[in-house]
Design a protein. Structure first.
Length: 510
């Protein structure tokens, strides 16, 4: 078996496994059947032995973990398509969740995600992102491990306390920018993003598993809560694609992909994305094919994906578009222009007439040539079409092969612990008893000697002359009063202004 049957038009429409890594697009208005098409493709790749990663934005993709029900409506669809050997069945599934509630925790370290993507998560401006770059460079130079948000927060505090010295070596560090980054970290922590950073970090090999029967494991990311933080959602998926690109070896063209990656709500990746980030996505999509990874974007409109990336997507499934607004009409024209023309199909007209479960499909065929667009009645999935219960999810998670590895967090000695020890030096020991004139411990002031008392009246003439008696002032007291009167004179005032001027001037120069 080297193909996935997608449906039937005038003829059977299939996706060839050897071109599964040429990427694809699934588009269409809400409620037209995009999620069902994703599930058909995911379980098809799984039966071919290809692992799958898919984000479950609405919760219904979790139905892949349970067999479906052969209802009368589904049996009619099976008969229309002429699908043989159809039977309800589940796929091997592992659930993941950034928050660790609906699946195994997905973690990465602060160092691994890096300052550019972290700046996007925190929604920093260019100046703040530059200060974050300096902090990361400082951590690298001083061997400080940045694993979780506590480490990053401790590092930022250290940078703020030593910004003058750091600015001299690395570039200007702004106290305002450091404060803004710290406030953004508090917001991220309040929204639950703190759980994403830490250890054990996700090992990519755990996404490339097959079960004992040779079927590819479907990795489902619970994203119904994550999608409420669009920057965190899109940045996490971009980080994951980038990690796959950087760590997987070159394999060229294979008989079937090593992994297929479905990116739901793909428009979030490109909304307000800087040019450098778009260029990065284009580079990854263009080159990751040779690593054996297929990337499939899912969105409402085909023009949600930039043209330079849309041109890299060889397999297209376009569900209905409702041309009610000028925006919708433009999307219909764009979708129609991206398909290979079929004389039997008026693409622009058909796009607004497709029923639920129908789509315009064009896939790569022999020699990588795209087939003419075909109006296709899509196959029903073998799994449940709908969300699973909490009890069913718990049961799937309990028999997962990776639960013992990720469910318990690890807290290694890292930047937070190192900087905390530096900020709290150990108390110095007291000097040994009985040692007269011992030096005071370093960092601690020795008690000052008590001021000398004037000698007691001894009746001697010299003592009375210097210190006086109760009835008569001595020379010391008389000299002190004379000095006070001198300070009050014009000359004394000039001397005083000179001294104060020197002090204030030196203060201003600091």
């Amino acid at each position: 078996m080297d193909e996935i049957l997608l449906g039937k038009g005038d003829r059977a429409v299939s996706l060839l496994a050897r071109y599964g890594n040429r990427h694809g697009l699934v588009a269409g208005a809400t409620g037209t059947g995009k999620s069902v098409s994703l599930m058909v493709m995911a379980e098809g790749f799984s039966r071919l032995g290809v692992p799958v990663f898919i984000a479950d934005v609405k919760g219904d993709v979790s139905g892949l973990a349970q067999p479906g029900t052969a209802s009368e409506k589904i049996q009619q669809r099976v008969a229309q398509i002429g699908l043989t050997g159809y039977a309800p069945e589940a796929s091997p599934v592992v659930f993941w969740d950034l928050y660790g509630k609906a699946g195994h925790p997905v973690r990465t370290t602060v160092s691994e995600i890096g300052p550019p993507l972290l700046a996007r998560i925190l929604e920093l401006n260019d100046t703040q992102a530059g200060n974050l770059e300096i902090a990361f460079k400082l951590a690298d130079d001083r061997g400080l491990l940045l694993l979780d948000l506590d480490d990053l927060r401790a590092l930022l505090g250290f940078v703020a306390d030593n910004r003058k010295e750091i600015s001299t070596q690395y570039g200007l560090v702004s106290a305002q920018s450091i404060s803004a980054i710290q406030r953004a970290l508090l917001t991220l922590e309040r929204e639950g993003g703190e759980a994403f950073f830490g250890e054990p970090a996700l090992a990519l090999t755990d996404l490339l598993r097959t079960d004992l029967s040779g079927r590819g494991v479907v990795n489902i990311l619970a994203a119904d809560q994550l999608i409420l933080k669009p920057r965190l959602y899109s940045t996490f998926l971009l980080w994951l694609i980038s990690e796959l690109f950087e760590n997987l070896p070159e394999v060229g063209d294979l008989d079937r992909p090593k992994l297929v990656f479905f990116f739901d709500e793909a428009h979030l990746l490109f909304d307000d994305a800087p040019a450098a980030l778009r260029q990065r996505v284009e580079q990854v999509v263009r080159l990751i094919r040779s690593k054996g990874v297929g990337v499939y974007f899912c969105s409402q409109f085909p023009d949600d994906v930039p043209d330079e990336i849309l041109g890299q997507l060889g397999n297209r499934i376009q569900h209905a578009l409702r041309a009610y607004t000028p925006r919708d009409q433009k999307a219909v024209r764009t979708a129609a222009e991206t398909f290979v023309a079929n004389p039997k199909v008026d693409t622009a007209a058909v796009l607004s007439q497709l029923a639920v479960g129908e789509a315009l499909v064009s896939t790569l065929q022999d020699k990588g040539v795209p087939m003419p667009v075909e109006r296709t009645l899509m196959c029903p999935p073998r799994c449940r079409m709908g969300a699973i219960t909490l009890e069913e999810r718990t049961a799937v998670r309990a028999r997962s092969p990776v639960g013992g590895k990720y469910d318990t967090p690890i807290n290694r000695d890292s930047a937070y612990e190192v900087l905390s020890r530096r900020a709290t030096p150990a108390e110095a020991p007291a000097p040994p008893a009985g040692r007269a004139g011992a030096e005071a411990p370093a960092g601690r002031r020795r008690p000052e000697a008590a001021p000398a008392e004037p000698p007691a009246e001894s009746g001697g003439g010299l003592s009375e002359l210097l210190w006086g008696t109760k009835r008569r002032q001595g020379m010391v007291e008389a000299l002190a009063k004379q000095t006070a009167r001198t300070v009050g004179s014009e000359v004394g005032r000039q001397i005083l202004r000179g001294v104060l001027g020197g002090i204030l001037g030196s203060t201003r120069r600091r």
